[in-house]
Design a binder for this molecule. Structure first.
Ligand SMILES: Cc1cc2nc3c(=O)[nH]c(=O)nc-3n(C[C@H](O)[C@H](O)[C@H](O)COP(=O)(O)OP(=O)(O)OC[C@H]3O[C@@H](n4cnc5c(N)ncnc54)[C@H](O)[C@@H]3O)c2cc1C
Length: 492
């Protein structure tokens, strides 16, 4: 049977988002699409975005990307979660790991049993009942069939874009180097019909993916989709970034260390360390941020520190006419929970599933946009949680964060958890119950009550259940090599 003419997809932008889109569409839809990507070396990419969440693994699996080849090509390391330091208050440390804590029943999740045990006397911290937590704390990692760890990656974003490009081109995607000078639209519908480069070359298409970064060349500058600004909830708006040489073994987690006007990250890769100093310019100058960054890094500085600016928020419609925004052009939530790469992997997965092989109806766009909206709103609430739920009062920034109004959806969550230890993952929502629980407890929200089913257990039974969990986790973690040993064994 002959196939219909391929849908001509033009991807504008060759950062991580652009190459993910081009790679996934060409690999998955094959001859059904004809993918062209245009990027400009003169403009370049944002050059950050190196910490991921476990959905990156499933995305790679869906697209048949070999893990070893990917890790070798991108100098990647394994990530079991994030170490939050000085967030609830100065001196605090908790982990948000990708693991499951303890064992839940269909009646109640583990936190209810743990809170009951805690009310009856000494009990280990809740993280002690999670394999990933214990492995992270001890800096251990391995891929063991009996005790599989749920993990993500730290990767070099420049190398990742190159790796994706190679696959996309092998699958038939065409790359064009050049600067888009003009966007042509249909006079009646407003649909984009072609991108015209400075050289005069025209790239015609049926569907356009806007991956041009914060500028949103098609979705905003051309189609005026609008932007919902979330600065009032997420006021950090800049990051000073630099790369340094390794001076210690790579740990299997991202470090997120709060400071007086934001936080800083440390991301260990195989060949170097990525460092960033996120701040709110209302409370800190660029010079202060640069100085803070340089004072906090370890090891030789490999790249001159530079400051990147951003605004938190989302595009009012990520799919408008025949343009779909992915990556930074679709919206941005600061990198505290490493969610941006996930959001565009999810976006392209949704697009492949709902791909328009014919005329695009408003209902088609609406369905796609509703899912994208719900997804980013959930991420927003989760990130706002870290800032609002704090006892820090040591600087004007933290006093503002503590006192701010928060989205109603988040307020409801905090009330319910505070009153009854109830946490949930709504349909289509990214963060699991274990994530919400780890962060809410980590940020010092202690529930007043919990499910009474736990009260039915005798002291002996409750203690035994918790001891059984520890008896499985402790030896399993002890057997693991350090993360660095595991990397050396596979990538040296
Ligand atoms: C400080 C910071 C830290 C971050 N950390 C993380 C993290 O840890 N984890 C995570 O998941 N995400 C993170 N992100 C987000 C992540 O960096 C981005 O989501 C990711 O890099 C994708 O960017 P992009 O491809 O949308 O845009 P960009 O990298 O900006 O690429 C834009 C592309 O468009 C092209 N372009 C633009 N205009 C034109 C034109 N006129 N003609 C031709 N080409 C054009 C450019 O050349 C470039 O190729 C972070 C972001 C910031 C700001």
């Amino acid at each position: 049977m002959s196939l219909p003419a391929p849908v001509r997809v033009v991807v504008a932008g060759g950062g991580t988002a652009g190459w993910i889109a081009a790679m996934a569409l060409s690999r998955q839809l094959g001859r059904l699409v004809e993918v062209t990507l245009v990027e400009s070396a003169e403009i370049g990419t944002i050059g950050v975005g190196e910490s991921t969440i476990p959905t990156a693994r499933s995305f790679h699996e869906l697209l048949r990307i070999d893990e070893h080849a990917f890790m070798a090509a991108t100098q990647a390391t394994f990530k079991l979660g994030i170490s939050f330091e000085d967030w609830g208050d100065i001196g605090d440390r908790y982990f948000h790991t990708f693991g499951v804590m303890g064992m839940s029943t269909w009646v109640a999740e583990f936190q209810h049993f743990w809170l009951e045990a805690r009310s009856r006397g000494a009990v280990e911290p809740i993280g002690a009942y999670s394999l990933e937590h214990e492995a992270a704390v001890q800096g251990r990692f391995a891929k063991v069939a009996d005790t599989p760890l749920n993990y993500a990656y730290h990767l070099d974003s420049g190398l990742y874009a190159r790796f994706l490009r190679q696959i996309a081109e092998t699958e038939g995607a065409r790359r064009v180097e050049g600067k888009i000078a003009r966007v042509e639209q249909d006079g009646e519908t407003g649909d984009v019909t072609a991108l015209v480069l400075e050289t005069g070359e025209r790239l015609e298409g049926d569907l356009f993916i806007d991956c041009t970064g914060f500028r949103g060349l098609l979705i905003e500058q051309t189609l005026k989709a609008g932007f919902e600004d979330w600065t009032h909830w997420l006021p950090t708006n800049a990051a000073a970034v630099t790369q340094t040489a390794h001076v210690a073994d790579a740990v299997p987690y991202t470090r997120a260390i709060a400071h007086e006007a934001g936080w800083r990250w440390r991301i260990p890769l195989q060949h170097r360390v990525g460092n960033g100093f996120v701040f709110c310019s209302q409370f800190m100058s660029d010079d202060e941020a640069r100085a803070g960054l340089l004072a906090s890094v370890e090891g030789e500085i490999l790249t001159e520190p530079r400051v990147i600016r951003y605004t938190a928020g989302k595009r009012r419609a990520v799919w408008k006419n025949n343009v779909i925004a992915m990556g930074l052009s679709s919206g941005f939530i600061e990198p505290l929970e490493s969610t941006s790469i996930h959001l565009f992997m999810s976006a392209v997965t949704r697009l492949i599933q709902q791909f328009p092989f014919g005329p695009i109806s408003p209902e088609h766009r609406e369905r796609y946009n509703r899912a994208a909206d719900a997804e980013i709103d959930g991420v927003r609430d989760f990130v706002v949680l870290h800032y609002n739920l704090t006892e820090r009062e040591d600087s004007p920034f933290w006093r503002r964060m503590r006192a701010m109004d928060i989205p109603d959806s988040l307020a409801a969550r905090l009330t319910l958890f505070g009153e009854s230890a109830e946490a949930w993952q709504a349909a289509g929502e990214l963060f699991r119950i274990d994530s919400w629980v780890q962060v809410m407890l980590g940020q010092r929200l202690t529930p007043r009550r919990w499910h009474r089913v736990a009260a039915l257990l005798s002291d002996e039974r409750l203690r035994q259940s918790l001891d059984d969990l520890r008896a499985r986790i402790v030896p399993a973690v002890r057997e693991l090599p350090t993360h660095q040993q595991f990397l050396d064994g596979h990538f040296a």
